[in-house]
Write a new protein. Structure first.
Length: 128
């Protein structure tokens, strides 16, 4: 969940306030953006180029273009991007296992829901 500050006079920059509860669900690589994350409060882990970095309030994290990264934790973050995000900039590489389990919500809800719907289907087959 986040908020983008607008309008900035310099349209090459974007500034967002992010409320992170679990983290980013995927790893990604930015083609052109440099992203600077300032941790306002909370703690977490940034995984950048296959290395984990513990973060806490007051720390600054820079992610250059062309590097795979993601983050997890519970944090309030100020994000500055240069240049601004644009369609086609990011490539998602994989799920973030610290945020998304293999089953995910579909596994938690989908399997019991499918069993329930099969029972309903069997019951309705018996109706005249």
């Amino acid at each position: 969940m986040g908020y983008e500050f607008q309008p900035l006079k310099d349209q090459d920059f974007a500034v967002h306030l992010l409320e992170v509860h679990k983290g980013h669900d995927t790893f990604m690589i930015s083609k052109a953006l440099t992203r600077i994350y300032y941790i306002i409060e909370g703690t977490g882990v940034f995984a950048i180029d296959n290395q984990n970095y513990d973060v806490a309030s007051g720390l600054l994290v820079e992610v250059p273009p062309g590097v795979e990264y993601s983050y997890s934790g519970s944090m309030k973050i100020l994000l500055v991007s240069h240049p601004r995000w644009f369609e086609g900039n990011e490539r998602t590489t994989r799920k973030n296992p610290d945020v998304v389990s293999e089953g995910g919500v579909v596994g938690l809800i989908g399997n019991p829901l499918r069993r329930y719907l099969r029972r309903i289907e069997k019951l309705t087959e018996k109706l005249p």
